[in-house]
Design a protein around this ligand. Structure first.
Ligand code: PMT
Length: 402
């Protein structure tokens, strides 16, 4: 996908700059044309000469260092680029890009860019998790700027945390997928799909909780299948699985957290697919500190209170959105699934027989029956969860095109 693509590589000032030299070589090896611009602070980490020699082009640093009177260099590079990659992207540069500040060559060029932008953040955990940085990332995501999720690992500061520059192989793979989703006319292009996954966690106290056996594998597979078909996917997940490539992933714990996220994003979505195993109940009075053992022989009672039914609520609010639910049943599979299809005002439901170790909860494979609201019934025999997800997404595409 990178062959003959013009990549503007914007390097900002973080310790990971030295890794970006190899990233650039990876782009060139795949046949891309690369031009580089650096911020002054990036030049403190690696000399511009390294990038110049390896890219065989001059490296831009100073906006006012205009060598060719026929062009304005920062506008020229942005017009030339098919895609702009910012790596590593510091919190400072992300903030400037989000707020339209053009106070150096890199940020001015990005301000003039109309083609897709792909950002690889790398920074200290506290800087990454700072609400200001997160808000800036959200702002840019809402403008269709693509982000690579940083790795969790050993940071330059000498401790573990999220913010580490990811492996170059992953960045190149995600960039390829990103370009593919922008250039090829994939069937779910321009569709916004919200997917839920995993088993919610309901706290009893700070160290104990109630949950279920959902691993998140089914929901993550659905999110990936939708993304590969070109959709703009947001995944709300209570699972511990790694963040899938190119997917806007929101981590939650409880059913209430999941409700808040789904409720907030639903209005902008074309499709909601609820594969999560949402706890129907939560602890009525979760303790703020660890509960002490009670020495009396009286049974301990935990009072439960009902959680919101997320899917049913969205079903009652839906306008043009297409809603898909899952129904996990140990018996009367078809009858209960069809009942949920109606009661929750869904367009489709995936009836999932559970209770056997080779399928459903926490298994790698699944066997389901898909029902549509106009009475269609599609049996999917025992197969991998990715294959089930592909079949479901293909059926969704067919329904959306009706
Ligand atoms: O995560 P895995 O290990 O891969 O396992 C996959 C799975 C078995 C969890 C998945 O395939 C599945 O069946 N998910 C639905 C599980 C479930 O909670 O089913 P349910 O029949 O209780 O709920 C029906 C629908 O309502 C579901 O889409 C559920 O997400 C939704 N729901 C349920 C309760 C609630 N309070 N709010 C909801 O939105």
């Amino acid at each position: 996908m990178l062959k003959d693509k013009n990549i503007a590589l914007y390097v900002t000032g973080g310790i990971a700059v030295y890794k970006v030299v190899d990233l650039m070589r990876g782009f060139i090896k795949q046949g891309a044309n690369v031009r580089v611009a650096m911020t002054e602070s990036a030049t403190q980490f690696v000399s511009p000469l390294t990038f110049q020699i390896l890219s065989t082009h001059e490296v831009h640093i100073d906006t006012f260092d205009e060598r060719n009177p026929e062009i304005v260099a920062h506008v020229n590079i942005s017009d030339w680029a098919d895609v702009s990659v910012v790596a590593p992207a510091t919190a400072n540069s992300i903030a400037k890009i989000a707020h339209g500040i053009g106070d150096n060559f890199v940020t001015s060029a990005l301000l003039a860019t109309r083609t897709p932008i792909f950002i690889v953040p790398a920074m200290n955990t506290d800087m990454y998790e700072n609400p200001a940085t997160q808000a800036n990332i959200e702002t840019l995501k809402s403008r269709n700027v693509q982000f690579v999720e940083p790795d969790i690992g050993f940071l330059a500061e000498g401790y573990e945390g999220k913010g580490r520059y990811p492996e170059n192989e992953r960045i190149i793979e995600e960039l390829n997928n990103f370009i593919l989703s922008k250039t090829v006319d994939l069937p779910l292009r321009n569709r916004k799909i919200l997917v839920s996954a995993g088993g919610t966690i309901e706290r009893i106290d700070p160290v104990r909780y109630i949950t279920n056996d959902s691993s998140g594998k089914m929901g993550h597979a659905v999110a990936e299948a939708a993304y590969k078909s070109g959709a703009d996917v947001t995944l709300v997940t209570a699972s511990k699985l790694p963040t899938p490539s190119g997917i806007n992933t929101i981590r939650v714990d409880s059913a209430n957290d999941m409700y808040d996220e789904i409720n907030q994003h639903f209005i902008d979505m074309d499709v909601l697919i609820m594969a999560a195993a949402v706890s129907d109940y939560r602890v009525a009075n979760a303790a703020d500190s660890k509960m002490k053992k009670d020495d009396s022989s009286e049974p301990v009672t935990i009072e439960l209170t009902e959680n919101p039914d997320i899917l049913k609520t969205m079903g009652s609010k839906k306008k043009d959105q297409f809603l898909i639910g899952f129904a996990a049943e140990t018996d009367n599979l078809e009858e209960y699934a069809k009942k949920k299809l109606k009661e929750k005002n869904l367009n489709m439901i995936v009836a999932n027989e559970v209770g056997q170790s080779d399928r459903g909860f926490n298994a790698d494979e699944n066997q389901v029956i898909i029902f549509t609201d106009d009475g269609e019934r599609i049996e999917v025999p025992l197969t991998t969860k990715s294959e089930v997800a592909n079949i479901l997404v293909n059926k969704l595409i067919e329904e959306l095109n009706k």
